[in-house]
Design a protein around this ligand. Structure first.
Ligand SMILES: Cc1cc2nc3c(=O)[nH]c(=O)nc-3n(C[C@H](O)[C@H](O)[C@H](O)COP(=O)(O)OP(=O)(O)OC[C@H]3O[C@@H](n4cnc5c(N)ncnc54)[C@H](O)[C@@H]3O)c2cc1C
Length: 522
């Protein structure tokens, strides 16, 4: 079998790429590790589907990181969507473009495909395709659904703390002022709008190999000519006329490069893998956004903890959703937030704050009525790595995020908690709170705060950077996402951003896909 373009991974970015290329009459194949069916799609499209999908192997794989020394030795779990649609099928629905600063940094290094004026148009095109809750175009009835007393009180308290309110975070990404807003959601008519149902569902021109694990890229004289994958325990090889695009995400894209003999010489030698192209940047520069959550017992029943304890309420809200597309289940649990910038003496958006209408963990929500407010320090300086352990494509790689390896990241997180406390102690939000449960008001001293952060901080699911854009010798891919040293091979997904993006990632993964297809099709 021969295709013009082969896409490795039918995730967030991969589905978009496949759709654009197939519409130009190219013969396109996707090879996807995960499954797909109408029933699975039903759960994915349910806005609160994450409660079913995050712990279910039909949708999600939970990777285990190595011990994080600075998180008191804890091993953090990293869920990743492993079904068609990838992580866009299981994520928290928040849609936020990257900040202008992120792309100015890239274009100032000469990577002009990423100039802000160009990419803003790509974001707009993506939003038109997703038909999402973009305030400007799709607000109307959707935004009314956001009216919620706790969210409104939270936003009022933010405003009193020098956060400028806008109707969407996607409105003013050229300023560094402190902002608060409702989130835009990847929902269309109260159903999840993800990469499969947006880009592939009605496209019959793409050959999709499901439940197929890519084991390596076939290289001949530094040319990518085909892909080897395993389906039903059989090895299959397909050939490629034009280009192969690896879009397997931040963990698996560098893994596939390493399995194909592209990577660090010492690592590949130690595993007995033939080196095709030496590049010691493959798998390095792993960055993630962390979150520390403060838990509050509240005086209102309007939270998911209450709902979880009351089966009758659940049935009522489920019916309300199924019949009228309304009620608690019609939206995600993170409704509003803030970015901390100039108005709080930060030179740029350095923290993201989220209000979650629940507390506890996804398995066990707290028994009391609770909400959580989290802070994530943005622009992290600590970097980790992904390294394969063997030639076996089924074996997970070593994932070492090295959280807080750079002490400035920890300092920022302490400051972030102080900011949260100022907000939550301001009325009207403060009036809804009965008490701060975690960490509790006795945790005030610097040492106690550090202890709390190290014990409780976890990922907010944004790993990036392991196949970063950079000049030859510094990056894994060039600005058009072509793998250095290898012809006809690109990487396009969350792994290409050298310093992550300010805020949530999905919008910028789609953006990377747009940069790539515009380059190929131009
Ligand atoms: C629980 C969770 C919540 C999140 N919440 C948000 C949010 O609210 N807002 C936001 O903007 N971002 C959020 N994110 C982050 C965002 O969704 C991801 O960063 C983004 O979707 C990643 O896209 P990607 O294309 O890089 O990879 P993915 O979408 O993960 O796609 C990779 C695909 O490759 C496939 N694959 C991997 N290895 C192989 C192989 N060897 N062979 C074949 N196929 C393979 C996988 O099955 C998968 O389908 C969240 C992520 C998670 C996990």
């Amino acid at each position: 079998m021969t295709f013009d373009y082969i896409i490795v991974g039918g995730g967030t970015t991969g589905c978009l790429i496949a759709d654009y290329l197939s519409k130009k009459n190219y013969k396109v194949a996707i090879i996807e590790k995960g499954k797909h069916s109408k029933l699975l799609n039903f759960f994915v499209e349910f806005p609160n589907g994450t409660i079913f999908t995050l712990k279910n192997k039909n949708f999600t794989k939970n990777y285990l990181c190595e011990h994080s020394k600075e998180l008191n030795g804890r091993k953090i779990i990293w869920p990743r969507g492993e079904c068609i649609g990838g992580s866009s099928a299981v994520n928290g629905l928040v849609y936020k473009r990257g900040h202008k600063n992120d792309f100015d940094k890239l274009s100032s290094k000469g990577f002009l495909s990423w100039e802000w004026n160009k990419i803003v148009k790509y974001y707009e095109e993506i939003e038109d395709r997703l038909k999402i809750f973009n305030y400007k175009k799709y607000q109307s009835k959707h935004r009314e659904a956001f009216q919620h007393p706790i969210v409104e009180a939270f936003l009022k308290s933010l405003k009193k703390n020098k956060f400028n309110f806008y109707n969407s975070f996607n409105e003013r990404l050229e300023t560094n002022e402190s902002q608060c807003s409702y989130y835009d959601f990847t929902l269309r008519n109260f159903k999840r709008s993800y990469s499969y149902n947006t880009f592939l569902k009605n496209n019959k021109n793409i050959k999709i190999f499901y439940q197929s694990l890519v084991s390596k890229i076939i290289l001949k004289n530094l040319n990518a000519t085909g892909v080897e994958f395993i389906k039903n325990k059989k090895k299959i090889l397909i050939n490629c006329n034009k280009e192969i695009i690896i879009s397997a995400g931040t963990i698996n894209s560098p893994k596939i490069l390493q399995l194909s003999g592209i990577g660090d010489k010492r690592l590949l030698n130690s595993l007995g893998i033939k080196i095709n192209y030496e590049n010691n940047k493959v798998g390095t520069n792993l960055r993630d956004h962390l979150q520390t959550r403060l838990t509050y017992k509240i005086r209102s029943k309007k939270n998911f903890n209450f709902l979880k304890r009351n089966p009758l309420h659940q049935i009522k809200h489920l019916l309300e959703y199924l019949i009228f597309k309304q009620g608690a289940f019609s939206l995600g649990a993170i409704r509003a937030g803030a970015f901390v910038g100039n108005d709080h003496n930060e030179e740029k958006h350095n923290f993201q704050i989220n209000l979650l209408l629940a507390s506890g963990t996804i398995d066990t929500l707290d028994k009391f009525n609770g909400v959580s407010v989290s802070v994530s320090s943005l622009n992290p300086l600590s970097t980790g790595y992904i390294k394969i352990k063997s030639e076996n494509p089924y074996e997970d790689p070593i994932i070492q995020p090295n959280y807080f390896e750079n002490s400035l990241d920890l300092e920022k997180q302490i400051k972030g908690i102080e900011i949260i406390r100022r907000i939550t102690q301001t009325s009207p939000f403060s009036e809804l709170i009965e008490r701060e449960v975690i960490p509790g008001r006795i945790i005030i001293s610097r040492n106690d705060l550090i202890g709390f952060i190290k014990d409780f901080t976890t990922t907010i699911y944004h790993p990036t950077g392991t196949c970063k854009i950079g000049k030859e010798g510094d990056g894994v891919v060039d600005e058009q996402l072509r793998v250095w040293g290898i012809k006809n091979l690109r990487v396009c997904d969350a792994s290409v951003f050298p310093e992550s993006v300010t805020g949530n990632l999905v919008a910028s993964c789609y953006l990377a896909g747009m940069v790539l297809v515009k380059d190929i099709l131009s």
